[in-house]
Design a protein around this ligand. Structure first.
Ligand SMILES: N=CN[C@@H](CCC(=O)O)C(=O)O
Ligand SMILES: [Zn+2]
Length: 434
């Protein structure tokens, strides 16, 4: 190699899943660790990585433009958050006491609160207001080590307001260093103006909203909240199949609260992913496995809703060989957090996933849930140089030492975009304040 744009040195431990494909079952544990490693970057992509002594043998004589030493820290692929409701107006802290007093999530929605409250706020917000709020969340995610994020619409529920949300996601993707992948989720709830007329709303969605979203190229995926009292299996099938016809791949909020058969539907229509799955049955899990659907688990949501049940990650991995992915589900209601590191801890605590499985779920499997396993999600020669540097000795340390942000640095497309958070007050050290 004649010229290296950037050489990352001093990597105490480099840990990554291997390959481009989703890693299911026992292969979720098979991450590859290289100690005392270096990574060479050229044109924003990984040109070489391996132990420092091999680098000296193989690439001696290369011209190195910039060298950065990460001081013995842990380096992983940039994390991928494959399920968020990033763009929305307002917040819902006024529902906190109601929720904590035991009022169920679906009851709050049926009374016009929940998602429908956020619809009001989103409709009332200007595009610029939505942009500024989502940009701050995206910054927070980046500081947590996330380099690619999925963003769903679904708080507009009218053509105009859905397009406004999707335009914000598109602008953010163009301007922000984090890649934003768009999903159209007009079927998130039935809006007030269609109350009691869900069939008419589905007609509007299929005949008016979907064609416009597809024509303007504003979304890559289509998602539906398939749930009792929201969208039925038949309605979900109709929307997702029509979206597929227009070129949008399917995702589905499935079997979150009631086992409606959303996982079975995901298998039937060949969805790329099925999300939540807290109440999915064995038939449903078998359907996911048979069709190669990626289960995206959201342990922050069950935690925040105070549910006693959790998604059956162990069965998914051990019995069905499924490639589990993890995500924040960042949204203003059931999971108002941007912290993927909190999700890692909850996956350990409540889903009983091992540190290796958690890393695989937040990298290569999450990348595949967005159809991007060929480009991101593992440290491979030729892939994007998206990397997260943690101030941690090993991957088990991330879910173990919880409630803090372990990120030291983040590289996106070969550029260091986060580096050593500064303490403006200074740190007392021998010889004075530095
Ligand atoms: N469950 C449906 N949708 C979101 C929550 C949206 C909200 O409460 O605002 C979710 O994935 O958890
Ligand atoms: Zn969601």
């Amino acid at each position: 190699m004649e010229r290296i744009d950037l050489l990352l040195t001093g990597i105490g431990s480099l840990v990554t899943p291997q390959g481009n494909r989703p890693r299911g079952g026992q292969s979720m544990k098979e991450v590859c660790e290289t100690k005392d490693a270096v990574i060479a970057i050229k044109h924003g992509r990984i040109a070489w990585f391996g132990p420092v002594n091999e680098f000296q043998e193989q690439l001696a004589g290369s011209e190195i433009a910039v060298t950065m030493d990460v001081g013995g820290r842990l380096v992983t692929p940039g994390l991928v958050d494959p399920h968020t409701h990033l763009v929305h107006g307002g917040s819902r802290e006024h529902e906190l006491v109601l929720k904590r007093s035991g009022v169920p999530y679906l009851d709050i929605l049926a009374q016009g609160g929940g998602i429908l409250h956020t619809v009001k706020c989103t409709r009332a917000s200007s595009e610029q207001e939505l942009y500024e709020k989502a940009r701050r969340s995206l910054d927070e995610m980046l500081l947590n080590g996330v380099t690619t994020v999925e963003a769903k619409s679904g708080y507009g529920l009218s053509l105009e307001a859905e397009l406004k949300q999707l335009s914000v996601a598109k602008r953010l993707d163009a301007v922000h260093v984090v890649d934003v992948v768009s999903t159209f989720m007009g079927a998130h709830a039935v809006p007030e103006e269609f109350k009691g007329r869900s069939e008419a709303f589905v007609d509007y969605l299929v005949n008016v909203m979907l064609p416009k979203v597809a024509e303007e190229g504003l979304a890559e995926f289509c998602d539906v909240f398939c749930e009792r009292g929201v969208f039925s299996i038949e309605e979900s099938r109709r929307i997702l199949v029509e979206a597929q016809r227009l070129g949008l791949r399917s995702k589905i909020h499935a079997d979150e609260i009631v086992p409606l058969g959303g996982a079975e539907l995901a298998g039937e229509i060949g969805a790329i992913s099925a999300e939540h799955l807290l109440t999915a049955t064995d038939t449903g899990l078998a359907a996911l496995a048979a069709s190669g659907v990626i289960p995206v688990l959201l342990p922050g949501t069950s935690f925040n809703l105070g549910l006693a049940t959790h998604a059956r990650a162990r069965d998914m991995i051990d019995k069905y060989d499924l490639p589990v992915a993890l995500s924040t589900d960042y949204n203003p209601g059931s999971c108002p957090t941007e912290s993927i590191q909190l999700i890692m801890m909850l996956a350990s605590l409540n889903l009983k996933m091992s540190p290796e499985e958690i890393l695989t779920a937040c990298t290569i499997n999450a990348a595949n849930a967005l159809g991007r396993g060929h480009d991101i999600g593992s440290i491979e020669v030729g892939k994007r140089a998206d990397l997260t540097i943690f101030d941690a000795p090993n991957i088990a340390y991330l879910p173990y030492h919880f409630g803090i942000n372990h990120t030291y640095g983040v590289m996106k497309n070969g550029e260091m975009v986060v580096w050593n958070r500064m303490l403006m007050t200074g740190t007392e050290q021998e010889g004075g304040v530095v």
